[in-house]
Ligand binder design. Structure first.
Ligand code: ADP
Length: 278
């Protein structure tokens, strides 16, 4: 079908990219733009959206294409008018997220690396969750932090914490398909009130890592958690693992934005080591 967009409408920046709406009559597309060198990030995002869509659990915008032109890279996807949702919308989101997490694989990781915020997220496949979390999540961010000159104390605590991972991750999760970057800014509701998730950093991991992140910047509300737990209760001991999982995102924020996040990461590490009496 022909598509002749009129004047693109600039939707302003998301966290990382510039967002534009292209429209021709009733047809609308959502486009994100970045520097040309960022094309792999958009290619991974498109694959992630396809993987989430294939699980048939929760709505995601379907990607159309990715590419680079005139010095910029782009991803084009279905435009979905997003709202706040009402009534039982949050409960539906909890239920559908549990359904997404029932999509499982044999190993942790994913078919390729992707991006969390603007940082590379390694996803080498590994059947051992503790090793995966220690090396490809916390270890990777701590190495980035060292490169970024983030303090001795952070590195000392980090080393201790990596050693303590087996004691802290004392449950046996199965590799669940995760959105991977599910904070409140990446969940919305379409015009029919159906939950929509977007801007993923997809991989197969412990579903608790996903739930932990939903709690990191404000939380998704009591109805969401009640519905998730009703569909698939979390394992005992989640409260401690939650801090270990959210440490990854706080370290990433320290690497992206500096400021108070390095101090917050240190306090989280001290708390976790305190759990073990270290
Ligand atoms: P970034 O990668 O820069 O963080 P996002 O993918 O989070 O950008 O998109 C920025 C904002 O645009 C979102 O918070 C959401 O409100 C809106 N948005 C995201 N995807 C779509 C879409 N497919 N259709 C319409 N609006 C969208």
């Amino acid at each position: 079908m022909d598509f002749h967009p009129r004047e693109p409408r600039n939707l302003g920046g998301g966290c990382i990219n510039t967002a534009v709406q292209l429209r021709d009559g009733d047809q609308r597309w959502f486009v994100k733009l970045n520097q040309a060198a960022r094309l792999p990030m958009f290619e991974a995002e498109a694959l992630g959206l396809h993987a989430l869509a294939a699980a048939n659990a929760i709505r995601v915008p379907l990607p159309l294409c990715t590419g680079a032109a005139q010095g910029q890279s782009y991803i084009v996807m279905e435009y979905i008018a997003l709202g706040a949702g009402s009534g039982n919308a949050a409960a539906r989101a909890g239920e559908q997220l549990a359904q997404l997490h029932r999509q499982q694989a044999e190993t942790f990781g994913w078919r390729r690396d992707n991006t969390i915020g603007s940082t590379r997220q390694p996803n080498d496949r590994d059947p051992d969750w503790i090793r995966f979390w220690r090396e490809q999540r916390l270890g990777f961010q701590l190495a980035e932090a060292a490169r970024n000159g983030l303090g001795n104390r952070l590195q000392q605590l980090g080393e201790k914490l990596l050693e303590a991972c087996p004691a802290l991750l004392d449950h046996q999760p199965r590799p669940s398909l995760l959105h991977g970057d599910l904070w409140g800014g990446n969940l919305g509701y379409d015009e029919q009130g159906r939950p929509v998730i977007y801007d993923p950093a997809t991989y197969y991991g412990d579903r608790e890592a996903e739930i932990a992140m939903t709690e990191l910047f404000g939380g998704f509300g009591a109805d969401f958690y009640a519905a998730y737990n009703n569909a698939w209760p979390l394992d005992p001991g989640y409260a401690v693992r939650k801090t270990l999982y959210n440490l990854y995102h706080i370290l990433n924020h320290a690497n992206m934005f500096g400021g108070g996040y390095a101090g917050q990461a240190q306090r989280m590490m001290e708390q976790l080591l305190g759990e073990l009496g270290l």
